[in-house]
Design a binder for this molecule. Structure first.
Ligand SMILES: Cc1ncc(C[n+]2csc(CCOP(=O)(O)OP(=O)(O)O)c2C)c(N)n1
Ligand SMILES: [Mg+2]
Length: 433
């Protein structure tokens, strides 16, 4: 068709100019924060459908919020997992330990003992309570903020610290960025820094488990920002097409470093509602309510184990601290957000619940916190004997060329020799390599 005013489809004459919407967070540094726009469901409002239900029966669950713990610190409604007091105390213990661990490792980075650390403050329930709802040998494909899973699964803390320090005790030989753990024994898949790659891997693993007639399911955790990656959508497609026994957990802590969740689509709909379009079961859950996190994950695990289908869970939470030790959130968001966040703190809420049901008190909490800090302190000391950043007690330099080929090919041998020579020039008589 010809260009020009005679063509009704051409640009120009009498047509409104198109405009693009660029999301902008509600609050910037210095702003007063009001979370009045955040819909917070009453605890116990949503029913708990049968695990084998049609995903279409979960529309309310994808837009609402599954909550159990009320402002009265009591458990409410059909999603109450009715855990015994010992299990609740164990859950609180893992959460307290994770918080103590994060505090110490963060300080260790500031002291120059490691180059990098990431805390999960405020998000502990999304990994710990959910991991406790799985079987110990279900395969997990976490992101970098689920250290709570390793703590809940009893992974030795010394191994975590050795990895963070990249020292001679580090089983991964310093080849992974600090905190990118891996444990075959704990069915904990190697963490990758390439966002969202773990999601199709989890689905693929779950498909293989089903093909083999195994009974183990897979679960993955991914940040809300990372759901904008194509990998996440490929994962959803494969999961729904093959009815893979998998749980896709989205941790919506509302920030992706300095980008707010709007850039991943949060202004338009909920992350749980993504499930509807794929025909996946979708649940949106109060991520700071440990009982709700446990109940939702158990529901999804039961569904997967019964071959009733995959589930996508959105844990609605808030990243209480910086993205990592390389980040300063004061530069891009209001400091008031943390205190104004309406869903509170997951550790405090679980503690208050245990107190409300007469199974805990402040003295025991203080003792628990003290013991956690002491265990972390002692283990840190033990790990430091294996070396910290820059003290030369790491794996020998040439090991970076090993473990790929059975025999080192000549060109890599050449590169290794050259690298070692350069290092000797740079640090004459210094580091033993
Ligand atoms: C493919 C890819 N793109 C970008 C990055 C850089 N990056 C690392 S973490 C991060 C933010 C991720 O945010 P989110 O998914 O919300 O997870 P959170 O950190 O909040 O747990 C970005 C952009 C990366 N590691 N990989
Ligand atoms: Mg995030």
């Amino acid at each position: 068709m010809a260009e020009g005013p005679e063509n009704p489809n051409s640009a120009g004459a009498n047509k409104p100019g198109l405009s693009l919407h660029v999301p902008e967070p509600k609050f910037r540094p210095g702003d007063t924060v009001d979370f009045g726009h955040v819909d917070v469901d009453a605890p116990g409002r949503l029913p708990r459908p049968d695990e084998s239900c049609d995903p279409r029966d979960l529309t309310d669950h994808a837009y609402g919020l599954v909550r159990v713990l009320g402002d009265d610190d009591r458990a409410h409604g059909a999603w109450d997992p009715k855990l015994d007091a010992d299990t609740l105390r164990a859950m609180l213990g893992h959460m307290a330990m994770t918080r103590a661990f994060d505090e110490r490792m963060f300080r260790g980075q500031r002291q120059g003992k490691t180059s990098f650390y990431m805390k999960c403050t405020g998000e502990e329930a999304t990994s710990i309570a959910s991991a406790m709802a799985l079987a110990a040998d279900d395969m997990v494909f976490p992101s970098y903020r689920q250290q709570g899973i390793l703590i809940a699964r009893g992974y030795p803390m010394i191994e975590m610290i050795n990895q963070i320090y990249s020292n001679k005790g580090d089983k991964l030989k310093g080849r992974q960025l600090p905190i990118m753990y891996s444990s075959r024994e704990k069915s904990f898949f190697t963490i990758s820094g390439n966002l969202a790659t773990q999601t199709p891997q989890a689905v693929g693993w779950a498909m293989a488990s089903a093909i083999k007639g195994d009974s183990r399911i897979a679960a993955t955790w991914v940040g809300e920002g990372s759901t904008a990656e194509g990998d996440f959508h490929a994962a959803c497609t494969f999961a729904t097409v093959y009815n893979a026994p998998v749980i896709l957990n989205i941790v919506n802590n509302q920030w992706a470093i300095s980008s707010f969740s709007g850039f991943a689509g949060a202004e338009r709909t909920t992350f749980a509602a993504r499930a509807l379009g794929y025909g996946l079961a979708g649940l949106r859950v109060d991520g700071n309510d440990a009982l709700a996190c446990y109940a939702a994950e158990r529901w999804a695990a039961n569904r997967a184990r019964a071959n009733a289908g995959p589930t996508l869970i959105e844990f609605f939470t808030y990243r209480a601290e910086g993205h990592s030790t390389s980040d300063d959130p004061a530069g891009y968001r209001s400091a008031q957000e943390r205190s104004e966040w309406p869903l509170g703190d997951p550790v405090t809420r679980l503690k208050n619940h245990l107190i409300a049901i007469g199974e805990w008190d402040e003295d025991r909490q203080a003792e628990m916190d003290k013991n956690a800090a002491e265990k972390v302190r002692a283990t840190t000391k033990e790990a430091e004997a294996n070396g910290i950043l820059g003290h030369g007690l790491h794996h020998p330099f040439h090991t970076m060329f090993e473990d790929v080929f059975e025999e080192l090919p000549w060109h890599l041998q050449e590169q290794a020799d050259q690298a070692i020579k350069e290092r000797e020039i740079k640090f004459p008589g210094g580091l033993k390599l």
